[in-house]
Write a protein of this length. Structure first.
Length: 398
């Protein structure tokens, strides 16, 4: 008989593990939206060059996702999460030590690799935790991915106070972010070890039989979900990369922009409770379709209405849905594949996600340079809406 964790312990472990996603995306990636304006001004970048920094990060993320299945055959998810946390923290600190665009690009690639190790291994551990707990799986998965919001909130507070009015004054923000990552790494890796130890006690016989029955049969059947998720990667990263620059060019005050980003992060943290039932109930691509559609609508708002209230509505809706789109793919894998295939399934979705994120910042940056930031944001929204339509075509595998 499989031992079940209590609901309170499962929630506590999911919350602790979520600090890994705070590192991987909240601080290693999304903090860059706040750093983009001062770095762009200081280093003389175009919007396309500024977007290329997030493209470089996404390239590293893709490389990490491609390597993860092979690495996971040699090392456990908890070990890979620890390696990713340590490397990402060191690389964020190093980003404050160099001022060459080429070197910064290289660091963003390397940080992307580390982030992928953290995020994918954390997703596997969250799925394992959900299988051990009496609590609903949707809530636990949402709590893990929603932890990115803690990184966004921390970035929103830290970056404005640590970007100094001096030459290369933005570098101190990177140091501050790295310091927070140290504390998050300790807590997240501790939870990862506990989850892994508990999961190792489970009987594997039924899982192995299911894995043999389904091995190699599901790849072509998840194509609509993969395409819809790639569209999500393109569309959401355009918003997250350039929204702060759009608000600045629209005349928003620094206080309003900080409030917007804090609200977005807070909405991400609480999103798990809003959508957990949807993740538990929908076994196909419908959940991803819903989230893509809501994100597309939220993205359109600041492109047409530059008012603080409209901007805050956009940020709250975006924050409450965008990481649940990620969680929906892990929920899909958990619903439709045996546990032995979870790492492979999550990696497949992460690879197309990374491909979308590689294209998104450069394409949207190029559009923004040629036609304005508003047009670039509109294109992001349209991609998300197309992704919603495609994801709706994904059916459960069983």
């Amino acid at each position: 008989m499989q031992e079940q964790l209590s609901a309170s312990r499962a929630v506590l472990w999911a919350a602790a593990l979520s600090l890994g996603s705070a590192i991987a995306l909240g601080m290693a990636r999304f903090s860059y939206a706040l750093l983009l304006p001062p770095m762009k001004l200081d280093l003389g970048w175009t919007f396309a060059q500024a977007g290329a920094m997030n493209t470089a990060n996404a390239l590293g993320y893709l490389l990490g996702a491609l390597c993860f299945p092979r690495l996971s055959r040699r090392w456990t998810p908890a070990t890979l999460l620890l390696a990713g946390c340590v490397s990402t923290t060191l690389l964020l600190a190093a980003s404050g030590l160099v001022f060459s665009t080429s070197l910064l690009l290289a660091l963003r690639v390397a940080a992307g690799i580390g982030s992928a190790l953290v995020f994918i291994s954390g997703g596997v551990l969250a799925a394992q935790l959900a299988s051990l707990s009496t609590r609903g799986a949707g809530l636990l998965l949402g709590l893990y991915y929603g932890g990115t919001g803690w990184g966004i909130v921390a970035s929103s507070v830290l970056v404005p106070f640590t970007v100094l009015p001096a030459l290369h004054g933005w570098r101190y923000a990177w140091f501050a972010l790295a310091a927070v990552c140290v504390a998050c790494s300790i807590i997240a890796t501790g939870a990862a070890r506990r989850i892994e130890t508990s999961h190792a006690r489970r009987a594997r016989a039924s899982d192995n039989q299911a894995a043999q029955a389904s091995h190699g049969t599901w790849g072509a059947r998840i194509i609509p979900g993969l395409i819809g998720y790639a569209m999500f990667g393109i569309g959401y990263i355009g918003y997250m990369t350039f929204i702060v620059a759009l608000l600045r060019t629209g005349g928003m005050s620094a206080a309003t922009i900080s409030g917007f980003y804090i609200l977005l992060g807070a909405a991400t943290v609480v999103s798990a409770r809003l959508w957990s039932a949807l993740l538990d109930r929908m076994r196909g691509g419908q959940a991803l379709a819903v989230f893509n559609a809501l994100l597309g609508i939220a993205t359109l708002v600041p492109a047409f209405v530059m008012h603080p209230l409209a901007v805050f509505v956009s940020g709250s809706v975006f924050g409450a849905t965008f990481l649940l789109a990620v969680a929906s793919t892990t929920a899909f894998v958990r619903h439709n594949l045996p546990a032995s295939q979870w790492a492979k399934g999550i990696s497949a979705f992460t690879i197309v996600f990374a491909l979308g994120q590689i294209a998104g910042p450069v394409v949207i940056g190029w559009v923004s340079d040629s036609a304005g930031l508003e047009r670039g944001i509109v294109y992001s929204a349209l991609v998300l809406l197309v992704g919603a339509a495609v994801a709706a075509c994904q059916r459960p595998l069983a």
